[in-house]
Design a binder for this molecule. Structure first.
Ligand SMILES: Nc1nc2c(ncn2[C@@H]2O[C@H](COP(=O)(O)OP(=O)(O)OP(=O)(O)O)[C@@H](O)[C@H]2O)c(=O)[nH]1
Ligand SMILES: [Mg+2]
Length: 397
């Protein structure tokens, strides 16, 4: 086995020392770096890559720290790249970032790395793109890139990130004006941070007005108010990132036309004969979640006058199956538990919503709740899938 092949094996196996060495090789453009990246590329595509940019001092690092915490509660593994394109001038910034994200040092599922600008312009973008490949192959579910908002570097980040977050804060009036000059164009999500300070709502309003002036597009960037200090709004930010992730079109070379995750799940549901037979209808879905509904038919009612457990199970199972397939991985085994606290009758419309609760490289767990249209919970269901197996061709990654 070559050195590069051995390094790839160790890296995808989760070896942190190999990960750190690979990032150093990429950052310094060592001779074997290109070969290493080529060998790692087939193991990539699962990470959601989020770039965070904005003027100095708006609280990007503090917010990233809070976002890492939020993602960890959702069971995600997180890789962080703190980019400092102006290190000779603000040598302390990256060090400051490391200190702000210090609380995650002992967490095995958070990996933080600073990339300094040894080269300029495209060089930094290239090493950032390489670092993303390495962190993605190493099994990170989320890769967060923080960069100081200075001209070209922002646009470069938008080029490598799948989702770009532009952070502003109250009192940064001039910067809000500067946002008009182009950075607004790259924003998928806008954040007004330091929402604990006065005038945050005013800044958010200004941004919404500016966004209103933008051409209507498929994705309308939301404006989210957060405080990295108090944690306020960080869960909404995570939700907005999730929604943008769900809306991203797949760029799988095999795909001749673009599909959102929801489109793909709708197609899976419509092609499933059992789902069709039971009259189960797809409502909505995205990465890690899906909802379906079913009107209870006479054929669903058992000899003792209640809905068959099998029909309820199938409804919940459809939501669960779609949610777990949203990642494009084949579920190799399922372990499920279900309870039926209430009876239902013919004509009731039941909705099953499945949400991913935890996810690792090997397992994902889902919670499915079946409700009646009056909101009463009919059944709860917990499922585990082993996520081993290959990606389905053409599935969103
Ligand atoms: N009031 C308030 N202050 C904050 C908040 N978040 C960060 N700060 C403060 O703002 C200052 C800058 O925070 P950082 O997180 O370093 O900001 P940054 O945008 O990463 O800065 P650079 O990396 O230098 O561009 C620090 O003094 C923080 O304590 C917040 O939510 N509310
Ligand atoms: Mg910072």
């Amino acid at each position: 086995m070559t050195d590069v092949a051995a390094a790839v094996d160790r890296l995808i196996g989760g070896d942190k020392a190999t990960l750190a060495r690979a990032l150093t090789a990429v950052e310094n453009a060592y001779p074997h770096a290109a070969e290493l990246l080529e060998a790692l590329r087939p193991h990539t595509g699962c990470a959601r890559v989020v770039g965070v940019t904005g003027p100095p001092g708006v609280g990007k690092s503090t917010l990233c720290n809070a976002l890492i915490r939020e993602w960890r509660t959702r069971g995600h593994r997180v890789g962080v790249i703190a980019v400092d394109p102006s290190s000779p001038l603000s040598g302390g910034a990256v060090l400051g970032d490391r200190v702000r994200m210090h609380e995650h040092d002992q967490d095995d599922f958070v990996f933080i790395r600073s990339l300094a600008a040894r080269t300029n312009g495209g060089g930094l973008a290239a090493s950032t793109a390489g670092a993303i490949v390495v962190l993605d192959a190493a099994g990170m579910d989320c890769v967060l890139i923080e960069t100081v908002g200075s001209g070209q570097s922002q646009v470069d980040i938008a080029g490598v990130a799948k989702t770009t977050v532009v952070v502003s804060a109250p009192g940064f009036g001039d910067e809000v004006q500067a946002l008009k000059a182009g950075i607004l164009e790259i924003a998928d999500v806008l954040v007004v941070n330091k929402a604990d300070l006065p005038h945050a709502e005013q800044t958010a309003r200004q941004l919404r007005i500016m966004l209103g002036l933008r051409d209507a597009q498929r994705w309308q960037p939301p404006v989210v108010m957060t405080s990295g200090h108090t944690g306020q709004g960080v869960d909404q930010l995570a939700e907005a990132l999730q929604e943008h992730h769900d809306s991203i079109v797949t760029d799988t070379p095999a795909a001749t036309q673009t599909h959102t995750v929801a489109d793909l799940l709708r197609k899976l549901a419509s092609e499933d004969p059992y789902v069709r037979h039971l009259g189960i209808e797809f409502i909505t879905g995205g990465s890690g979640h899906a909802s379906v509904r079913m009107r209870v038919q006479p054929s669903h009612i058992s000899f003792n006058g209640t809905c068959h457990g099998g029909a309820l199970f199938s409804l919940a199972d459809a939501a669960f199956g779609l949610a777990s397939n949203s990642h494009g991985v084949v579920a190799a085994g399922i372990d499920a538990h279900i309870t039926y606290p209430r009876a239902v009758k013919v004509g009731d419309v039941l909705t099953a919503g499945a949400v991913e609760e935890t996810r690792s490289r090997r397992f994902a767990t889902y919670r499915v709740i079946v409700t009646r249209s009056d909101g009463a919970t009919v059944a709860t269901f917990t499922g585990t899938v082993a996520t081993v197996g290959g990606a389905r061709p053409g599935a969103p990654q």
